[in-house]
Design a protein around this ligand. Structure first.
Ligand SMILES: *Cc1c(COP(=O)(O)O)cnc(C)c1O
Length: 409
């Protein structure tokens, strides 16, 4: 059974080498930022109460800003999740009456309530606050559409803020590579030079050696329990981009007059920065893990997305297993070889926001962390498993070996 894995690894040798190279470049970027921003021991102490003049918080913001090639950043445990960071980023850029336009199709499920596109619109949502919202899809199944219709171009002209989701989430279009984001932003700026562009950067950090803020995005946001937390940060999110917009977003997280200048850091500054230090290596191991699964499942005859010829633009791998039994067997084995909760058996359950029951597997150290090896699958055809993460390649390889030994049904 390990021969399939060995064959795949031989086949992947030069690709894995390429992933190593990216992780070296990103590690250099992180270490350079630590040095330039003068990180030292005294930054690891937190200031209680208001948290005024917390040097660690300030240096963390500056390090993130440098790593993302941005003017400013806001890295906070007070962000409950990626969704919360994205919500503050969007709210900070928009005034009542403004138009928000999503150009990469329908945003991630959790953003529907933030924007206010669900049936019951919260008065605190963007739409509830008098912001207008429109969706056009400037992408198709292969990438950016070569031509945009007049209606699509007019929608771009009418927008104050344009929202781009880097990862595909649960949609079928491919996740965006940095070169795609660069082209997309350049074409948008030809139509509307002054429009503000916000990118949902979730799952995309450190996949390549550039980030959306380095190819023209005004603001990006993401989660610390995904890529940039390196698997060890217990909670939080970040925003990076133009100083003025980061400051507005900070005022929505805290309050006008406080902005980025307050907030306790819970003695976690060291963990946040150590997570960033690990992140390029962890993302590399996650990418290697996903490509190993994709290669072995392809050789077994399953359809996978991205295919093994396509680039990896995020840390998600879709495996179409074709039957409920196989999905459950896959999740069961993944769970039994997870570090935490190995004795649990994943079963499908009705989940708010999803039409079909969803099965989820992943005994992670940080609850809900999707940079750790985990999988979820909606119980409907084509019975596709969304596999993601992997803190260490070794762990992912053990799980795959066990799956091959026990079979999928
Ligand atoms: C994870 C994710 C989010 C935010 O989700 P949280 O669970 O709130 O962190 C937003 N967009 C995409 C594409 C994501 O993958």
């Amino acid at each position: 059974m390990t021969t399939l894995i060995n064959q795949a690894e031989t086949h992947l040798e030069s690709y894995f080498k390429q992933l190593e190279e990216t992780s070296y470049a990103n590690t250099e970027k992180v270490l350079t930022a630590f040095a330039n921003q003068g990180l030292s021991d005294e930054h690891f102490f937190s200031v209680t109460g208001y948290g005024h003049n917390d040097m660690g918080r300030e240096v963390t913001d500056n390090i993130y800003a440098q790593v993302f090639g941005a003017e400013a950043a806001l890295v906070r445990l007070q962000f409950v999740s990626g969704t919360h960071a994205i919500a503050c980023a969007l709210r900070g850029c928009l005034q009542p009456g403004d138009m928000l336009l999503s150009v990469a199709g329908r945003p991630y499920d959790t953003l529907e309530e933030v924007i206010g596109t669900r049936e019951e619109v919260s008065p605190a949502s963007l739409v509830g606050q008098g912001i207008q919202y429109q969706e056009v899809n400037l992408l198709d199944e292969v990438g950016i559409k070569p031509e945009w219709s007049d209606a699509e171009q007019n929608a771009v002209k009418a927008a104050h803020v344009i929202f781009i989701q880097r990862s595909r989430g649960y949609s079928l279009r491919p996740s965006l590579m940095l070169s795609d984001i660069e082209t997309l932003i350049q074409r948008l700026r030809v139509i509307s030079p002054g429009v503000k562009i916000v990118v949902d950067n979730c799952y995309g950090e450190f996949i390549e050696t550039r980030e959306p803020t380095q190819v023209g995005a005004d603001l990006i946001a993401g989660s610390l329990i995904k890529n940039p937390g390196g698997g060890i940060v217990p909670t939080g999110g970040y925003i990076a981009g133009k100083s003025e917009l980061v400051e507005r977003a900070a005022e929505f997280l805290t309050a006008p007059g406080i902005g980025a200048d307050g907030g306790y850091t819970f003695n976690a500054t060291r963990t946040i920065l150590q997570g960033l230090y690990f992140a390029p290596t962890v993302v590399k191991d996650a990418l290697k893990s996903m490509r190993l699964f994709a290669t072995v499942f392809t050789s077994l005859g399953y359809a996978v997305r991205p295919t093994i010829e396509q680039p990896q633009a995020d840390i998600i791998q879709v495996l179409e297993l074709g039957s409920e039994e196989k999905v459950l067997a896959f999740c069961k084995t993944l769970q039994s070889f997870s570090p935490v909760g190995a004795r649990l058996t994943p079963i499908p359950a009705v989940t708010p926001g999803y039409a079909d029951p969803v099965v989820m597997a992943g005994g992670t150290f940080i609850f809900g962390s999707t940079i750790e090896l985990s999988a979820d699958a909606p119980m409907r055809a084509p019975y596709a498993v969304y596999l993601q993460g992997g803190l260490t390649y070794a762990h992912s390889r053990v799980v795959l070996k066990k799956m091959l030994e026990t079979g999928l049904s």
